[in-house]
Design a protein around this ligand. Structure first.
Ligand SMILES: *Cc1c(COP(=O)(O)O)cnc(C)c1O
Length: 402
């Protein structure tokens, strides 16, 4: 769909093609060349500089929890920035305290929160905390993604991401994801922590067996090992619960959050529950921007809105509506994930083809694996928007099948 709207700034017509050329000449080539130049967003829609509208089923990779330009986030950030924007951690700010209390309340346990600015940084903080146990080993899972900084990368299994940057921090080993027997065999008294994503996001929304987190809790507890849940993608309402592990009933020792937490404003958090709350002490970790009042205010607005608008129920319903509409198509093997974090697993390796056809049809999705599409739309996606998305995807599935 095209809407008449001037592209570029101050009436200067600059096309997507020209911006793409300039991007290539000025921005470091770590992401390849992105396929579209986006100019603005509203709710679950974004528009490119050429005026084309897209239904955003990716939400900035599970980040824009309340969609684009949500008034609650805009108001909270504006008010905070005009009141007190940044102070560093040499001083206390009120939003940081309020947010820490709020997150502990959502987790339902005593603990302490360390604020960072991204997922990788939250994981770096937790990785450092594990080293303070006096044990030097961490067990991670195959297919895991925990970020791109050196420590987070050491926990990430993908060889293509790791190998060009070795040597990475040591002591990390990998076991097959979802395999309780392999996990039990890998954990002993030398292992400080086991890090697990409740659903593997970057691997393509891969679900573990239903009792995996409970098994991991039992195994880690037997050996005095920390259970560290990376909820960076699965947390903050994405699955229809506050956290990906909520339904399992387990109480982890470490939880890392980012992505949806700030509703689009960068923020990460590392939370230590129980005894893990005091693993890091004065002088042992730090960050200039972490927990700044503006990001904390955005996160508080996100939490208030999820709660106040009953979005957890909405996420469950809308997620089921999307999944039900897609899983009956013959090209679809199954739909993984929960709530509004979904993998559409195809019988054929056509996910890249579908993704690029979807862009042309005005729908943003991505292909984390050759046979998998990932859907992680704003939690505010309406049922009409979900139905539109299903209709478009089913038509594209027909086209690549035919
Ligand atoms: C995205 C992601 C990260 C890394 O977060 P960044 O903000 O990109 O550093 C870590 N873990 C999981 C599970 C993620 O999905």
């Amino acid at each position: 769909m095209t809407t008449a709207r001037p592209s570029g700034f101050a009436g200067t017509p600059v096309t997507g093609q020209e911006w793409t050329q300039r991007y290539g000449d000025a921005v470091m080539n770590t992401f390849g060349t992105p396929p579209r130049v986006l100019a603005r967003g509203e709710g679950s829609s974004v528009w490119d500089v050429d005026g084309n509208r897209y239904l955003d089923l990716l939400g900035g990779i599970a980040v824009n929890a309340l969609g684009h330009g949500h008034p609650a986030v805009v108001e909270a950030v504006t008010r905070q920035l005009t009141t007190l924007g940044h102070v560093s951690n040499l001083f206390i700010s009120q939003p940081q305290v309020l947010l820490a209390e709020r997150l502990l309340g959502l987790l339902g346990h005593d603990g302490r929160v360390f604020f960072a600015n991204s997922g990788a940084e939250a994981n770096e903080a937790a990785f450092k905390a594990t080293r303070r146990t006096g044990r030097g080993r961490v067990v991670a899972t195959e297919g895991s993604f925990h970020g791109r900084t050196m420590g987070a990368l050491a926990l990430t299994s993908k060889a293509a991401y790791r190998e060009p940057f070795e040597p990475l921090p040591g002591g990390v080993s990998f076991v097959p994801y979802g395999d309780e027997v392999a996990l039990a065999a890998a954990v002993d008294e030398t292992v400080a922590a086991v890090i697990i994503e409740p659903i593997q996001g970057e691997a393509g929304v891969v679900d573990p067996p239903a009792d995996y987190l409970r098994a991991a809790r039992r195994i880690t507890r037997e050996h005095g090992t920390l259970l560290w849940l990376d909820e960076i993608q699965t947390g903050m309402g994405r699955t229809g619960d506050w956290f990906g592990h909520t339904a399992s009933g387990v109480v982890p020792d470490l939880v890392t959050l980012a992505k949806g937490l700030g509703g689009g404003v960068p923020i990460g958090a590392m939370i230590g529950l129980g005894e893990a709350a005091t693993l890091l002490g004065p002088g042992q970790h730090g960050t200039t921007f972490g927990g700044n009042p503006v990001s904390a205010a955005a996160a508080l607005a996100v939490i208030d809105t999820i709660e106040g608008d009953g979005l957890l129920d909405h996420v469950r319903e809308t997620g089921e509506r999307l999944a039900a509409g897609l899983r009956s198509h013959p090209l679809v093997d199954h739909v993984s994930g929960r709530g509004l974090l979904r993998g559409v697993v195809l019988h054929r390796d056509v996910a890249a083809e579908v993704t690029s056809a979807a862009f042309d049809a005005g729908l943003l999705v991505n292909a984390p694996a050759p046979n998998r599409l990932r859907l992680a739309p704003p939690l505010v996606l309406t049922s009409d928007e979900a139905d539109d998305a299903v209709a478009t995807l089913r038509r594209l599935f027909d086209e690549v099948s035919g």
